[in-house]
Ligand binder design. Structure first.
Ligand code: FE2
Length: 275
């Protein structure tokens, strides 16, 4: 087993510095600005807040698997429902098929270094099931509650692996990720899936609480890639600083695993492509 794979299996995550160049990170953020300018906001926002998943049951969210969809921060609106700021500075994230629909995101998601990394981790045939651009704007960027990514991308057997790319420096002040080294050696706690009434719900497998005391901050520089095991508990705090913390993330699954038809995110499975 190579050193990288050994460390990944031991810790449940990997931090790879200088994975993407400054130019690659800037190009991605420039593209996001362009996409946001083209976004035709109809005044009916889908608000994404991972501490209140029930908010994410609307059709716009549930149909975003094959699209480039825009999600707002909950604090972006005033009491009359009007945006307090411009659209760009009000967004929480864009998802969930950037990697397939946008050529610049496709190139970033399937770069030569990504193919090399996937090979080293025995993930060359893994399919990219979703992608997200996360803004985490200064002062407004919200919390992401502690979770395991496999809760949202459930396969049998469990196979989700995430790749998180720092497009800007991530620090404790601007809401970097926190994770528990070795915390992936545990059960999947829950499964977020579509319910029969058309909404979504959590199915609970295991009520054991996550051990927040064991979590450490993953402060990383722009250009760093963090690889995450789907069972690794992780979270991020709100950005209370004056600096934004943009990140791009993709999630992959084993093509041989069964992807549940009840998962919240549905895509034309035949259309899924590897890293
Ligand atoms: Fe996550």
């Amino acid at each position: 087993m190579n050193k990288l794979l050994e460390k990944f299996e031991k810790d449940g995550f990997l931090i790879i510095e200088n994975f993407n160049s400054e130019i690659e990170c800037n190009n991605l953020m420039k593209r996001i600005t362009e996409l946001t300018k083209k976004f035709d906001f109809d005044g009916y926002p889908s608000i994404f807040q991972t501490s209140e998943q029930e908010r994410t049951s609307d059709d716009y969210f549930l149909n975003s698997g094959d699209k480039i969809s825009f999600f707002f921060e909950k604090d972006a609106f005033d009491s009359k429902g009007k945006l307090k700021n411009d659209i760009f500075n009000s967004l929480n994230k864009i998802g969930h098929a950037l990697h397939d629909l946008d050529p610049i995101f496709n190139e970033f998601s399937r770069s030569p270094q990504m193919k090399d990394l996937a090979k080293n981790l025995n993930l060359s045939d893994y399919l990219i099931i979703q992608s997200m651009h996360i803004f985490k704007h200064a002062r407004i960027g919200g919390v992401v509650d502690v979770h395991q990514d496999s809760t949202f991308l459930y396969t049998e057997p469990e196979s989700c692996v995430g790749f998180w790319f720092a497009l800007e420096d991530a620090t404790i002040e601007n809401g970097c990720m926190w994770a528990q080294p070795g915390g992936h050696r545990t059960n999947l706690r829950s499964w977020f899936h579509r319910s029969e009434n058309g909404g979504t719900e959590f199915h609970i497998f295991d009520t054991t609480p996550f051990d927040l005391e064991k979590m450490i901050p993953l402060e990383v520089k722009k250009g760093t890639c963090i690889v995450l095991d789907g069972l690794l508990p992780h979270y991020s705090l709100p950005n209370t600083s004056e600096k934004s913390r943009q990140a791009y993330t993709i999630h992959t699954i084993n093509p041989k695993a069964t992807y549940s038809k009840q998962n919240w995110l549905q895509r034309a499975r035949d259309g899924l492509l590897p890293i």
